[in-house]
Design a protein around this ligand. Structure first.
Ligand SMILES: NC(=O)c1ccc[n+]([C@@H]2O[C@H](COP(=O)([O-])OP(=O)(O)OC[C@H]3O[C@@H](n4cnc5c(N)ncnc54)[C@H](OP(=O)(O)O)[C@@H]3O)[C@@H](O)[C@H]2O)c1
Length: 325
């Protein structure tokens, strides 16, 4: 039983050089695993990190020391359950699901049952595939920040994959949200429901006012700068921020935040996204209630996955980029 898939044999920074379309065997599943017939997948910044093996610590996290272990760097999926392992309960062949899987840029992908759940009924395949990795990061960032109704929240990186979800989820928690983006994406952030938008190419978003919480998703601003924009008991959650650092990739800033936090009145922290069915179900509820809608910029066919990754890497994406399968 074969399938069409994107295949990656080595790490590299040019998507077209390291990703190829091929026919390969369908993945075999273990007793606690699920085989998904993928209808759509999506691209996020993590896709680029998995493709390049950078920063290096990602290779120690089980993704392959010298060459990538997964078939390809795809992770977010929406599709139909094709088969389940002997120990899997609660998921059956034919179920419409969304979640995360290994090698998602393929007709079939393998995953653990705990990384999937029923997909939102009101979304297309492409919209559903846009949710998992970025939506989970946004939901968990809002939770880590402990956002309460009426609080002033700054979302830096509001126009990206994580940020477009974070703005909407913070609004759903009753916050007054200020979103930060570049000039061309100000209209997108406003449409997402942000109360205020700061164009970071013109104004310094950390000068404007004092926030109860900051979700820092892009731009790698200094900790002192971010702390200066928080109330004395404000919370900073660092989700990420791209650097070209091959060893630390910006994680030194996150480590410093955690070391400093016990010694200051503000709470400074970071987290690694947990890919779990319970949070996917929470996202489904928010989506079906009309409180969150995935912001899909554009979609590419499977054969053009390399172009989709390059588009995101170049900073052009307005929200999410999806792969049709
Ligand atoms: N902690 C975790 O487990 C976790 C999970 C998911 C993602 N992440 C990390 O989170 C980061 C964002 O991921 P993503 O998928 O959302 O990426 P993305 O879609 O490329 O979005 C990046 C965002 O950063 C903004 N940005 C870029 N330069 C900026 C600057 N100087 N000032 C303010 N904003 C700036 C972009 O705004 P414009 O496009 O308008 O310039 C865009 O909104 C990545 O570093 C990723 O690795 C971490």
């Amino acid at each position: 039983m074969t399938m069409t898939a994107i295949v990656q044999d080595r790490y590299g920074t040019e998507p077209a050089d390291v990703l190829r379309l091929d026919h390969v065997d369908r993945p075999a599943i273990g007793a606690d695993e699920v085989l998904v017939r993928v209808r759509a997948a999506s691209v996020d910044r993590g896709t680029w990190h998995l493709m390049t093996g950078l920063p290096y610590p990602i290779r120690l996290a089980g993704f392959g020391l010298r060459r990538p272990k997964p078939l390809n760097p795809g992770r977010s999926v929406a599709g139909t359950v094709a088969a389940v392992g002997a120990d899997v309960t609660g998921i059956r062949p034919g179920d419409e699901v969304y979640g995360t899987a290994d090698g998602a840029f393929a007709e079939y992908a393998r995953t653990k049952a705990g990384r999937l759940t029923a997909r939102p009924a009101n979304l297309s395949d492409e919209q559903a595939a846009a949710v998992p990795v970025s939506g989970l990061a946004a939901l968990q960032a809002v939770r880590h920040a402990g956002i309460q109704p009426g609080e002033a929240v700054l979302v830096i990186g509001a126009s990206g994959g994580v940020g477009t979800f974070a703005v909407q989820i913070a609004k759903a928690h009753g916050a007054e949200v200020t979103g930060v983006s570049s000039t061309a994406k100000v209209d997108l952030v406003r449409k997402l429901g942000a109360d205020h938008v700061v164009d970071y190419t013109r104004d310094d978003p950390t000068q404007a006012r004092h926030y109860d919480a900051i979700l820092d998703i892009g731009g790698n601003r200094r900790l002192s700068q971010l702390r200066g924009a928080l109330t004395p008991r404000g919370r900073l959650v660092i989700v990420g921020g791209e650097t070209d650092g091959r060893w630390l990739g910006g994680t030194d800033r996150q480590l410093r935040a955690q070391v400093l936090s016990p010694f200051v009145s503000q709470r400074l922290g970071t987290f690694i996204t947990s890919e779990n069915a319970a949070d996917l179900a929470t996202l489904r509820e928010l989506i079906e209630a009309g409180k969150v809608t995935p912001a899909v910029d554009r979609s590419y066919p499977l054969a053009q996955t390399a172009a989709a990754i390059r588009y995101l890497r170049e900073g052009k994406a307005r929200g999410k980029v999806v792969i049709r399968i």
